[in-house]
Ligand binder design. Sequence first.
Ligand code: CMC
Length: 432
Amino acid sequence: MANTPTTAKLTIGADSYDFPVRKGTIGPDVVDISDLYKKTGRFTFDPGFTSTAACDSAITYIDGDKGELLYCGYPIEQLAEKGNFLETCYLLLHRELPTKEEFAAFNKAITYHTMLHEQMNRFYSGFRRDAHPMAVMVGVVGALSAFYHDSTDIQDAHQRMVASHRMIAKMPTIAAMAFKYHIGQPFNYPRNDHDYASNFLQMCFRVPCEDYKVNPVLAKAMDRIFILHADHEQNASTSTVRLAGSSGANPFACIAAGIACLWGPAHGGANEAALQMLQEIGTVENIPAFLAKVKDKNEHTRLMGFGHRVYKNYDPRAKVMQKTCHEVLATMGKHDDPLLHVAMELERIALSDDYFLSRKLYPNVDFYSGITLKAMGFPTSMFTALFALARTVGWIAQWTEMIEDPAQRIGRPRQLYTGAVRRDYAPLDQRA
Ligand code: CMC
């Protein structure tokens, strides 16, 4: 890469303009066009931001062609195998893995922020029982800003940190309460003698009438699922959080915006959609007919849990998820779940089918996460809420990075206007 150019030339008609080329530590260089409009009077056009870097970031790196995901340089597979979610949170927030002392202090800070203001419990009864947990999450997380006034000043580094700890700590409580409300069971308070994932499981599955002991295999799987979903660079919901935050909105409001964006089926809602798809297919014999529908342009059917905007290879999270799926199903005595057979056969066929190979469509993290979560006892409606819980730390890390970036400005994309040109208003009785 010795001769990589440091400037890029843009020629428009007879005029030429130079733009600096900037280098990251890894990944493609970027052409810095931030003064393109000033120099040329033109904008770039990039719907879906497929070729646009909107910020500097030192948190997460994806090599979509290789199928690689790094959190602050650490491969996701190593963190999922050897680490735990809370140290991953520390890593994303501080860019370094914690020492023993740092981890103990961080663990304590999170553990002692897990309870919700008691008055917040009443919000839940304002929702219909059949409300989607994501609808509840958007509302309750946004409402945190009405309760924790001492951590909404975004210019104060200490308040930013307290807000971060509060959200990482309270999100499991909020999600578990959304779940309990949804199924008509009483809320469970957090337990400070449990680790992060075990505490979440006990808040979800403990009932007052019997003892509940957290299954360590499920706790490990839950923790791993949280690690896999913790951050994913500038995806739609993270970009939403950054855009909301760029106006100076408080962190709780920004994370609520991220949750709203994550809800969509092309993003966080995909694991719910993938499981529904597997249920619809039902048995292995129905796979060819389903794949024929996927390939038929008139059907508008997609193989959910397949394909990714950035990964044009196997999503590295999907490999870890597949292993976790087998472990969970085995421990729950569900290794013969017909859905698992449908998933494995679908994956086998799709990975040798030219339609998928030529479009570089590989399983993504959502392909196996739905079956896994179902086997753990979660209804499909909770899947995206679990994703939101895990992604909260990524959103916060990215939001903090943005606020601390001296180059940060309010986000304001431009457009190619294709509507009517200027015309004069005609009173109603004079319109044709
Ligand atoms: N099934 C069948 N065909 C597909 C699929 C799919 N899942 N995904 C893309 N294609 C086809 C698409 O029809 C198009 O074909 P053609 O060139 O013949 O028109 C081609 O592949 C490119 O599609 P695209 O829509 O331009 O690709 P994209 O990068 O904009 O879309 C995606 C990425 C994730 C929205 C899409 O792959 C998709 O809808 N997948 C299913 C939903 C899903 O699993 N989403 C979870 C993403 S991972 C979780 C996360 O990180 O949020």
